[in-house]
Design a protein around this ligand. Sequence first.
Ligand code: SF4
Length: 229
Amino acid sequence: MITISATLLGKLAVDNACERCFWRKFYLKKLPFDHIPGSYSTYDKAEKLAVEAWISSGMTPPWMSQFGEIAKLIPPPHWSRFHFEHGNMKVRGVADFICVLVSGGLLIPDMKTAKFSDAQEKWIPTYATQLGCYALAAEAQGIGTVEKLALIYMQPQAEGLDSDKMRDDGIAIMHKALMFGVDRNDERIHALCNRAYEILSKPLPDASETCQDCQRLEALLQLKEIPTP
Ligand code: SF4
């Protein structure tokens, strides 16, 4: 049995996914230059706490209400208890939120701190796979039936400095929410599990033809003297 995170499985879902990168990420776990700036973790935590407080007070944030009123949140289980199996693969993860709708079904949203742009759009298959894995895990663990999957972009607003932002204790930065649903496709996730097993059961695959970074890394490691112009 191979255990993989939903996040890593999702990386195989984009067009031209590099199987070599996928293989290395799985076996090395931590790659060089693979850092998330600390400010993003702070934003992430603040946004999650705000949503939890909002829903715990009995209200649904208006920008989250397009799929119906939220009755309550279920604390997301630890990754060791949130997984599903397909063939020889076990896929695990941690959901940002598991919302119980007034209808009784579950809504699982994933929150990103970023502006929604063309560059972000190309990652939607990755995020949809990640969310689809959470749906399969929630149902496999008997948490409930998943009705909706959604992405929420919390978009920091850099434009203008109006009086709302100017405070005695600092500057308030607005994170404007954009929420939209993503399709669930269990069949595609099962096919990705089969593909992942296939890749990870073999030696290192060839590099992608569209990425030059392996060559650049090799050049970086070889550079020991001042290069001749
Ligand atoms: S070719 Fe690019 S994407 Fe593929 S393993 Fe090398 S660095 Fe990663």
